[in-house]
Design a protein around this ligand. Structure first.
Ligand code: 13P
Length: 253
């Protein structure tokens, strides 16, 4: 089953509104100039504050826009939060959920990620569900246990029909922002395991779910990672902030 490759940039807490607009304009132009890029789905995920302006600047281009998180309630007395419906209203098509930085610094758990996922799906947005183990977990032989638990907990109560557009990002925590990428063998092994767990949870839909790799993806390692059979794309942090690097990663196929 051919899965369309999906490369997304997670800008995290970086770039001003003007910088984001200028980067997405450059990206849109670069994609328009490269007919081969139509084979790849491309998105960027700006900060909440920049999202609307970046989405406006990307209108009509091949670049989709995503949020980096979404609260599970739609509106109300929830100071400091933003909802899936607001993200959609601002121009988002995708939402990253359960990023390890959210889990580590902001208390996201599989149970709250599950509620966020349901809210995102209810709005017709495409969830990019992040999972991944810490180095201690990997070294302790807990890789499979952690990935299974995160997938089961996050997808609890959701049917295959609801998860039709699900994207999973496997991001080993020890590879994020460290310059230490998983080897291609480690990435493929984890991705194949994730697909196996998905098969048990959502049946044949698992063959269509795109599984992105994330963690120090750069132009010089993208081709090898993306050539693995179960690596269907990348979720790129640092290298997505530089137009030349991000376009080189998109072209790495
Ligand atoms: P880096 O590419 O900077 O390691 O970040 C990866 C990541 O966390 C993407 O969500």
């Amino acid at each position: 089953m051919a899965r369309k490759r999906f490369i997304a940039g997670n800008w995290k807490l970086n770039l001003t509104i003007d910088e984001g607009v200028s980067l997405v304009q450059g990206l849109a132009k670069a994609l328009a100039a490269d007919p081969k890029s139509a084979q790849v789905e491309v998105a960027v995920c700006p900060t909440f504050l920049a999202l609307h302006a970046v989405a406006q600047a990307a209108k009509g281009s091949a670049v989709g826009i995503g949020g980096q998180n979404a609260y599970f309630e739609e509106k109300g007395a929830f100071t400091g939060e933003s909802s899936a419906s607001l993200l959609k209203n601002a121009g988002a098509k995708y939402v990253i959920l359960g990023h390890s930085e959210r889990r580590q610094f902001f208390g996201d758990t599989d149970a709250t990620i599950n509620r966020r996922l349901k809210a995102v799906i209810a709005q017709g947005l495409v969830p990019i569900l992040c999972i991944g183990e810490t180095l201690a977990e990997r070294d302790g032989g807990k890789l499979e246990e952690v990935l299974s638990r995160q997938l089961q907990g996050s997808l609890d109560g959701l049917t295959a029909a609801q998860l039709e557009h699900l994207v999973v990002a496997y991001e080993p925590v020890w590879a994020i922002g460290t310059g230490r990428t998983a080897t291609t063998a480690q990435a493929q092994e984890a991705h194949a395991f994730v697909r196996g767990v998905l098969r048990k949870l959502v049946g044949e839909l698992a063959e269509r779910v795109r599984i992105q790799y994330g963690g120090s993806v750069k132009p010089d390692n993208a081709f090898e990672l993306l050539s693995q059979p179960d690596v269907d794309g990348a979720l790129v942090g640092g290298a997505s902030l530089k137009l030349a690097d991000f376009t080189a990663i998109i072209a790495a196929h």
